[in-house]
Design a protein around this ligand. Structure first.
Ligand code: 5AD
Ligand code: SF4
Length: 434
C-alpha cells in the first residue's frame, strides 16, 4: 500500500478538505502516514490568503524535494488554494508532480497514478456543483472530541482584497440531509462538538432551507453535541440565526464576525456591504438577544489608501465593541483581485506593521479585560485534553470559545463539567472545578 502524508495550511475549511482527501485516497487503497520520511506521496493542502502563506509553502516544497532527491520515486503534490491560483507555475518549477485545485479531489487517485508513470499532472477545474456531500471524511482530530462539517463551498462575495472567490470558485450549498447524516455519524462516533464550516454560512441555501433552519435542525438532531459555526458576514447574519442560537442550549454563544476596518471609506473600497454603524448595530443586536455571546473578528491594517484617520477609526471601533479576540493582519496584495487591479498598494510596510502593532496592543488589553469580566463566573467546559503547561491540569473551551484550564485528575477528553473562573491571563481563564 502506498503511503500518503499531507500537511495542511490555512483555514478550518482546509482541515476539513484534507479529511475528505484522505477519505477519497483510502477508498482507493492508499494509507495515511504522519511521517513525511515514510511517505510515498507528500502533499501540502495550501493557502493563498496572504503572500507570506504562499512563501512558507514554497519553502516546504524545497524540503519535500530534499526527500525526493534521495528517493526519486516519491511524488510531491500541491492541493488547495495555491494550486488553484498558481496552476502551471507550480509544475513549471519542476519540483511538483501533482497540482490539484479544491474541486478536483475525486480525481486524485487518477492524477497520482498518472504522475507515478512519469508525467506531472494538473487539474484545477472549478465546479459549480461539487460539495463532496457523499464522502465521509477521515477525521483527523486526534482526541476525537471536535469535528468539522463543511456545509458549503466557494464564495460569492466580492471583497476587493480577497483571493478566495478565485481559488475556491462560486458558492454552492451542500444537501442538508447529507449534513444531518454526517452530524449523526459524528455523534455516534463519540464526537462532542461540531463546527459547521463555510466562507459565508449565512448564505447557505438548499431547497428552501436557509442557515438558521439548518442550524436549528443540526442542533435538534444531536442535542448532546455542542454546535459552532464559522464564518458569518456582518451584512448577512440574520435575526433568525440569533434567535435560533438563543433557543438551542447546545449552540455555542460565539460569533466570529470579521469587521476588516472601522472606516466607512475603507469598507467601501474593500467592497464590504456594511458600514461602521451597520456593524455596530449588529453587535448591539447580538448582545440584546444573547448578553453572554462572545464576538471575535478579523481585521486588515494598511489597506490601499488607508490614512491615519481611517486607522484611528479601526482602533475606536475595536474599543467600542470590546472584541473578545481577533485575528489581525496587514494588507497583502493578491494578484488578480479587484484591489490589485484598481488601487495601488500605497501604505508602506513600516506604516502597515506599526498600525498592525497598535491594533494588536489594543486587542491584547481588550482580551484581558474581557477575561477579567469572567472572573467569578461559572461555565460549562468540554474537555479537550491535558493543559500544555501543566500535566496536572486539563484544558477545554467554554461556550464563548475561551480556553479554560483547571487542576483535574478525574476527567478526560470529551467530558463536560462546570468550572468557576478564579483568575485569568490575556489568553486563558484559570478555573477550578465545581
Ligand atoms: N491581506 C491581508 N489579510 C487578508 N485577509 C483576506 N485577504 C487578505 C489580504 N489580501 C484576511 C481577512 C479575512 C481573513 C481570513 O484573512 O481579515 O477575514
Ligand atoms: Fe487560505 Fe482562504 Fe483558501 Fe482557506 S479559503 S485556505 S484561508 S485562501
Amino acid at each position: 500500500m502506498k503511503k500518503v502524508y499531507i500537511e495542511t495550511y490555512g483555514c478550518q475549511m482546509n482541515v476539513a478538505d484534507t479529511e475528505t482527501v484522505f477519505s477519497i485516497l483510502a477508498q482507493n487503497g492508499y494509507a495515511r502516514t504522519s511521517d513525511m520520511d515514510d511517505a510515498d506521496i507528500i502533499m501540502a493542502n495550501t493557502c493563498s490568503i496572504r503572500d507570506n502563506a504562499e512563501q512558507r509553502i514554497w519553502g516546504r516544497i524545497e524540503q519535500f524535494n530534499l526527500r525526493k532527491k534521495r528517493h526519486p520515486e516519491v511524488l510531491v503534490g500541491i492541493l488547495g488554494c495555491m494550486a488553484e491560483r498558481l496552476k502551471d507555475e507550480l509544475l513549471d518549477s519542476g519540483k511538483v508532480d501533482i497540482v490539484a485545485g479544491p474541486d478536483t479531489y475525486r480525481k486524485l487517485p487518477e492524477l497520482i497514478a498518472a504522475a507515478a508513470s512519469g508525467t506531472p499532472q494538473i487539474d484545477v477545474m472549478l465546479s459549480r456543483e461539487e460539495t463532496y456531500a457523499d464522502i465521509t471524511p477521515v477525521r483527523l482530530d486526534s482526541n476525537g472530541v471536535s469535528a468539522f462539517i463543511s456545509i458549503m463551498r466557494g464564495c460569492n462575495n466580492a471583497c476587493s482584497y480577497c483571493v478566495v472567490p478565485y481559488t475556491r470558485g462560486a458558492e454552492r450549498s451542500r444537501d442538508f440531509s447529507s449534513i444531518l447524516r454526517e452530524a449523526c455519524d459524528c455523534a455516534s462516533r463519540g464526537y462532542r462538538e461540531i463546527t459547521l464550516l463555510g466562507q459565508n454560512v449565512d448564505s447557505y441555501g438548499f431547497e428552501g432551507t436557509g442557515f438558521a433552519e439548518l442550524l436549528g435542525m443540526v442542533a435538534g438532531q444531536v442535542p448532546d453535541v455542542r454546535i459552532r459555526f464559522s464564518t458569518s458576514n456582518p451584512q448577512d447574519i440574520s435575526e433568525k440565526v440569533l434567535t435560533t442560537m438563543a433557543s438551542h442550549p447546545n449552540i455555542c454563544h460565539h460569533i466570529h464576525l470579521p469587521v476588516q476596518s472601522g472606516s466607512d471609506r475603507i469598507l467601501e473600497k474593500m467592497r464590504r456591504r456594511y458600514t461602521r454603524e451597520g456593524y455596530l448595530s449588529k453587535v448591539r443586536r447580538i448582545r440584546e438577544i444573547m448578553p453572554d455571546c462572545a464576538i471575535t473578528t478579523d481585521v486588515i491594517a494598511g489597506f490601499c489608501s488607508e490614512t491615519e484617520q481611517d486607522h484611528r477609526d479601526t482602533l475606536s471601533l475595536f474599543e467600542e465593541v470590546g472584541f473578545d479576540a481577533a485575528y489581525m493582519f496587514y494588507y497583502s496584495e493578491r494578484p488578480g483581485t479587484l484591489a490589485a487591479r484598481k488601487y495601488p498598494d500605497d501604505v508602506d510596510l513600516a506604516t502597515k506593521t506599526r498600525r498592525l502593532e497598535e491594533i494588536i496592543t489594543l486587542q491584547n488589553r481588550l482580551s484581558l479585560e474581557s477575561n477579567r469580566r469572567d472572573i467569578g463566573k461559572t461555565f460549562t467546559v468540554l474537555v479537550e485534553g491535558r493543559s500544555k503547561k501543566s500535566p496536572d491540569e486539563l484544558c477545554g473551551r467554554n461556550s464563548q470559545n475561551k480556553m479554560c484550564v483547571w487542576p483535574d485528575s478525574r476527567h478526560s477528553a470529551g467530558d463536560t463539567l462546570q468550572v468557576r473562573v478564579k483568575d485569568c491571563t490575556q489568553a486563558t481563564l484559570l478555573c477550578e472545578e465545581i
